[in-house]
Design a protein around this ligand. Structure first.
Ligand code: ZN
Length: 288
């Protein structure tokens, strides 16, 4: 039977199949090979007549992260506060670049629109429109959360964004009552002994799976290749092959197709600024 690991605690893994959650042990061979099953792993399980279940195989991971330790994120919901704290677009673009670099999609969720001036919200929309889906919400009042939920279907979603943008509040706003069932299992087994917050997955009505973690608060982009970076900006990737020189890095080269696109407003200046900033960081890092 196939399923997905939705929780791992004290040597047990909770595997959600089509309609049941099984408490499983992992085969000893994983430990021997140094493989740790992760929340988000697609697994093959075998159940016995006595009701016990084991994980027999772990599917190939699409991606894998350390903090939080999860696997197979299909889409990142990059959360931005429209105000308090003011958005730092360089930081936000690092989340987007990391999503792209891991083969994941990205959705931008602008939170705290109830306390921000309209012009600030419009400004954020201008930067990312035509690049990523954008949804504006107030996690606190619940405004717009339905729209975000509508965007989340098929696949596994994780929240990412700087601290203070309201990821936890947003997570609670999208968490359905149905997750109580999974909570039930965790209460029985954990008995309050494990105070560490483990990553978990819950399901929403659309069938999308959401990683229940405080989310990603930072990403390191320096391990990306400098010539790979251009492919992680959809606006630049769309112009691939249009520059005069094949090895154009779109910084100041003659015949570059990206620079005029920025001047013409087809790519937002702040997006291009963050591209250059990250590019320089990567190349400077490489020189040492
Ligand atoms: Zn170029």
């Amino acid at each position: 039977m196939q399923g997905v690991i939705i929780k791992g605690i004290a040597g047990f893994y909770y595997v959600k199949t089509k309609d049941t959650v099984f408490q499983c042990k992992a085969r000893g061979v994983f430990k021997k090979d140094g493989v740790i099953p992760l929340v988000g792993d697609m697994v093959e399980i075998e159940t016995s007549d006595r009701g016990s279940a084991v994980i027999n195989a772990i599917g190939k991971r699409e991606n894998e992260f350390k903090r939080p330790q999860i696997a197979n994120v299909d889409c990142f919901v990059v959360v931005i506060a429209a105000s308090k704290p003011e958005p730092n677009f360089s930081v936000i673009d690092r989340f987007l670049v990391t999503a792209e670099n891991n083969g994941a999609k990205a959705v931008i969720c602008v939170n705290k629109i109830d306390i921000a001036e309209k012009s600030k919200i419009q400004n954020i929309k201008k930067i990312y429109e035509n690049v990523y889906p954008i949804v504006c919400v107030s996690a606190l009042s619940g405004y717009g959360v339905d729209e975000l939920i509508k965007l989340m279907r098929n696949g596994k979603y994780a929240l990412a964004g700087p601290s203070g943008v309201g990821k936890s509040t947003l997570l609670n706003a999208i968490k359905p009552e149905a997750s109580a069932e999974i909570g039930e299992i965790s209460r029985k087994t954990s008995r309050g002994k494990h105070t560490t917050r483990h990553a978990e997955i819950f399901e929403i009505a659309s069938g999308a799976l959401i990683y229940d973690t405080p989310g990603f608060t930072s990403f390191d982009v320096i391990d990306i290749d400098s010539d790979e970076l251009q492919h992680l900006y959809p606006e630049i990737a769309a112009l691939y092959g249009k520059c005069k020189f094949r090895n154009c890095m779109h910084i100041k080269e003659a015949g570059c197709a990206v620079i005029p696109a920025v001047t013409a407003g087809e790519m937002h200046g702040l997006r291009y600024a963050s591209y250059k900033e990250i590019f320089e960081e990567i190349t400077a890092n490489r020189e040492f």
